[in-house]
Design a protein around this ligand. Sequence first.
Ligand code: TXA
Ligand code: MG
Length: 328
Amino acid sequence: MGFLKEGKVVAVPTETVYGLAADALNPSAIAKIFEIKNRPADNPLICHFSNMVQVKKFVTEIPAATISLMQHFSPGPISFMLDLPEDSPLKFATCGSPQVIARIPDHPVFLDIIKALDRPVAAPSANTSGRVSPTSAEMVEKDLGEKIEGIVEGGISRIGIESTIVDARNENEIFILRPGAIGEAEIHKILPHAKIIAVQEDSFGEKISGQQTTPGAKYRHYAPNIPVFILEDFENLDAEANMALLLTEEQLHSFSDALKKKLVSPKISLIMLGSSKNLNELAKNFYRHLATLDHIDISKAFLLKNDWDASSLGKALKNRIEKIVFRA
Ligand code: TXA
Ligand code: MG
């Protein structure tokens, strides 16, 4: 735990995805994160806190709507945009931005680390920029093992996709800047009178709605090394190259015997994503399944189109899939 105090950068477990952690108030440690991840210098880092009292010490205020949401969902898979004072020591972590994105993670090991440091901890997802976020220590090791000073083992991340990011500074208008396991429906229950606006990104994450967005949204995310395409219909697929097919149990069961026969080809690697009836489990394993694409001998992958369900997690999965899909 003394690692962070010494300015070192280590991977830590969280309930969403593993983070690449450094003392958020140490500029040279922050610089190491950007170097290790090969992260664009204008892409700020989420800062993690152990509780609301600690958040309060660093921001101008915690507005009422943010307090309500934090009381219900933190510690948990949700991050909040908040204003920093003029001379904030967090501005290295935020790349000079006057706002910070603050999260209280729900993982006992990481919470202990933040408490021991007694300072905020900057931690973007522990992957090389543009690669899939890791949900296990093993995934971090494969991507960044050579470059980092340690990985704190904390099991498989329970949620499996990154936190929801919200801007709840104005109690009348709440912006969801990045969808996650906690979404519009859950927020609406706590703040029934607020207008909740999901900020739209196009497929490459460009800001299109004229609303605010997060800088990271403009970069392509989460992609494996090989191109991944959405496949509308398995029937029309020619297995002309070594490929992987990602699909749910329900999709496989819906195949006719003729289609099932087509799957028994040395050219096709099947990757079962799990059951769409248990989206929590499917989301938890989703990035690990994607990461396997980099370790089998294939040249492209197809993800069989799925509308998931209309839950917040279903929408978040859909958003992540839009970000991995290859567009020529
Ligand atoms: O679940 C999570 O949020 C994980 C775990 C480790 O906590 N972290 C994570 O961090 O996903 P990262 O850096 O991979 O994604 C954070 C996103 C980026 O798109 C970044 O641009 C945006 O949040 N962001 C961070 N700080 C910001 C700020 N001050 N203003 C605007 N956007 C910010
Ligand atoms: Mg990330």
